[in-house]
Design a protein around this ligand. Structure first.
Ligand code: SAM
Length: 215
């Protein structure tokens, strides 16, 4: 029995739908994925709260609404190959895996990705995710082009390799700014150029890498 189901339903009603998320696929995925499995046991009672939570290595699992907002902005239909930079807890990975054809996810910290991988593959049985440890600001050239790219850590710029590895017509969502003030930016690649628009102010941990922040 899923004792967290009521909390999950309440989360979707009050944090996701009431704030304007409309994509049915996103709503269904957030109703289905057991978010409490992605946080440590001592924090499970807070897993459906309206805030990020610590996951170790100084990193966080993002606030549910931000996961929904970023996923909706990717405009997934179900046929896409998606690159995720920043596996973290693996929760956003699961939401993507529910909707997209295939998810390629890169994480800087092996400890975090090992844990995420165990939950996603062994506990939840996803079969459409490929994992990699490394600097996601460089993208994943061998697996490119991607129909959608999501970056779940803040960067001073949109890393040029990610723009290169985005397919024509593809969407990228990324928080851009400094450590304290960031804007969630959506880009669409048209005619080889990225057309961007600002979604809303956000606060993410830093993307550490060649095209992100220095360590
Ligand atoms: N989407 C995640 C979730 O639902 O738990 C939240 C991820 S957390 C806000 C950002 C993640 O990006 C952290 O796990 C961090 O280690 C990772 N990260 C930071 N810089 C990175 C880089 N250059 N390449 C890959 N991952 C990176």
């Amino acid at each position: 029995m899923d004792i967290y189901r009521t909390a999950r339903e309440r989360m979707v009603e009050t944090q996701i739908k009431m704030r304007g998320i409309k994509d049915d696929k996103v709503i269904k995925a957030m109703l289905k994925v057991p978010r409490h499995l992605f946080v440590e046991e001592a924090l499970r009672d807070q897993a459906y709260g309206d805030f990020p939570l610590p996951i170790g290595e100084g990193q966080t699992i993002s606030q549910p609404y931000i996961v929904a907002l970023m996923t909706e902005a990717l405009e997934l239909k179900g046929t896409e190959r998606v690159l995720e930079v920043g596996t973290g807890s693996g929760y956003q990975t699961a939401i993507l895996a529910e909707i997209a054809l295939w998810v390629y996810t890169i994480e800087k910290y092996p400890t975090l990705q090992e844990r995420a991988k165990r939950i996603l593959l062994q506990e939840l049985n996803y079969r459409n995710i490929t994992f990699k440890i490394g600097d996601g600001s460089l993208g994943w050239k061998e697996a490119s082009p991607f129909d959608a790219i999501i970056v779940t850590a803040a960067s001073p710029q949109i890393p040029p390799p990610l723009i290169e590895q985005l397919a024509e017509g593809g969407r990228i969502v990324i928080p851009v700014g400094d450590a304290f003030s960031q804007m969630l930016v959506k880009g669409v690649k048209k005619g080889g150029l990225l057309h961007t628009k600002n979604l809303e102010p956000v606060r993410f941990v830093k993307l550490i890498g060649a095209y992100g922040f220095k360590e």
